[in-house]
Design a protein around this ligand. Structure first.
Ligand SMILES: NC(=O)C1=CN([C@@H]2O[C@H](COP(=O)(O)OP(=O)(O)OC[C@H]3O[C@@H](n4cnc5c(N)ncnc54)[C@H](O)[C@@H]3O)[C@@H](O)[C@H]2O)C=CC1
Length: 427
């Protein structure tokens, strides 16, 4: 299953002003209390309607896409203008955003595209927005922040889509944004009853495996439930309000410790801090667990796992999960790296292989194999009885999906995290 997880990760915020100032009126003011069933359609707010094929787009979807087509070529301008509006009208909110807004700006546009893309696909949209609403709790986002964001969003879209903007398009955006924000608010309110907005975690071990890869182990301040294959967002004390994603590198452990594999990448503030600066005793913050690249325990199909570089982290967690679960299903791991030196976790993987007869681990080193990881996987097999899991750089995921589909694995049996998000957020 390709995950419908994209990068709509900008904190939606504005001043404690209830959103009725600044020209937006109360168009976007969603209800502040959760609906009776937060997993259902958001109450009486107009929703995107039932899922339907793309060729039968709803009237709102047609209007939304018309605007998107206008603004996409000037994405940078729209996003800059949106944030300018937001921070001028609601300056109190500026501190909730990271000091440097580059990534954030990029995220907003993608968020819009995602919402527009899925406006008729209620299930995907709801699931995605609920996750997003929960994830926004760590930014300090409150229900009263949403109206101002909607107001500034409309302000920016109407300016840059002037050619197609009219009462009808505006009404469609208002309906859509109201739906979006209501789902997020509801999910956040429900989550508040069962989980903290974030967890503090103390670094208890820092193992520099190569000059730029560290395996970091942390102890959360309270229980942290998650599933093997998922990932979290992480903030370091050195770069406040900059959150980056890392997969859990172990299945849930009885001692409650969590581990991450971090590679310091050029211009990666968080990754460099984690690899070169962090040490035992440092306190980081963790957001909630997320992601659906998890082991399906309802089947006993074999697992074909392809991990490139630090993408091996969630694969290792899933192998441990299978071991823990007790099912003796076949698990075939391909662990790719550019050089032998980059196979920083091969010993762990080989130890797991030794302990579990159902597990096979193959290291594929570009330089030796003279081919990239996905091609190497294709030359083994057959894989048509397997569920496939891909984790690694975006290019590897893309060519991995192509390679696996070309040998007959249907898309719904191929799982991976969002390529867009990988590109943006694992640094
Ligand atoms: N740290 C973590 O928890 C996680 C990290 N990731 C992602 O994994 C990646 C790891 O990066 P590095 O360790 O630097 O990996 P890398 O760039 O050294 O590549 C690792 C392997 O992927 C293959 N590969 C790379 N680009 C490819 C392409 N375009 N087509 C086919 N194969 C390709 C290479 O052949 C190599 O075997 C990052 O993009 C990170 O975002 C993914 C999940 C979890």
């Amino acid at each position: 299953m390709l995950e419908a997880r994209h990068t709509m990760d900008a904190p939606t915020t504005t001043s404690a002003d209830n959103g009725t100032s600044g020209g937006g009126g109360d168009w976007f003011t969603p209800r502040n209390t959760p609906t009776a069933n937060p997993d259902s359609e958001p109450g009486t707010e107009p929703g995107p309607g039932p899922s339907r094929p793309a060729e039968e787009a709803s009237p709102d979807a047609i209007l939304i896409r018309r605007v998107m087509a206008e603004v996409t070529p000037v994405a940078d301008k729209v996003t800059s203008y949106f944030y300018a509006l937001l921070f001028v009208r609601y300056p109190d909110l500026r501190p909730l955003f990271p000091p440097a807004m580059d990534t954030q700006r990029d995220r907003l546009l993608r968020a819009l595209l995602t919402a527009a893309e899925h406006i008729d696909n209620t299930d995907v949209l709801v699931d995605y927005l609920q996750n997003l609403g929960r994830g926004h709790r760590k930014y300090g986002t409150r229900p009263e922040h949403y109206p101002a964001v909607g107001e500034c969003l409309i302000g920016a879209l109407s300016k840059y889509a002037a050619g197609v903007w009219n009462e009808e398009t505006e009404a469609a955006w208002i309906r859509t944004y109201t739906t979006i924000s209501q789902i997020m608010i509801d999910a956040s309110a429900t989550d508040e009853l069962r989980a903290p907005a974030w967890w503090y975690a103390e670094v208890v071990a820092h193992d520099l495996r190569t000059p730029d890869v560290a395996v970091i182990t942390v102890r959360p301040d309270q229980p942290y439930p998650f599933l093997a294959g998922q990932y979290t967002s992480l903030e370091t004390p050195w770069w406040p309000r900059i959150w980056r994603h890392y997969s859990f590198a172990s299945a849930p452990r009885s001692d409650g410790l969590l581990s991450f594999h971090v590679k310091a990448v050029p211009a990666g503030w968080v990754s460099n801090a984690l690899v070169h600066r962090a040490g035992p005793g440092d306190i980081i913050r963790l957001g909630p667990p997320t992601g659906s690249m998890t082991v399906d325990h309802t089947t006993d199909s074999g697992l074909l796992c392809v991990g490139g570089g630090t993408g091996i982290a969630p694969i290792k967690a899933m192998v441990e999960d299978v071991a823990e679960y007790g099912e003796r299903r076949s698990v075939e791991v391909f662990y790719g790296a550019r050089t032998e030196h980059d196979l920083y976790d091969i010993e762990t993987m080989l130890r797991l292989q030794q302990a579990h007869p159902w597990l096979s681990v193959r290291a594929i080193i570009d330089q030796q194999a003279r081919q990239q990881l996905p091609d190497a996987v294709r030359s083994f097999g057959p894989w048509n009885e397997y569920d496939a899991y891909l984790s690694g750089p975006p290019g590897m995921i893309r060519s991995g999906v192509d390679a696996l589909r070309s040998i007959g694995i249907p898309s719904e049996r191929i799982r991976h995290d969002s390529v867009e998000e990988l590109a943006a957020a694992w640094s």
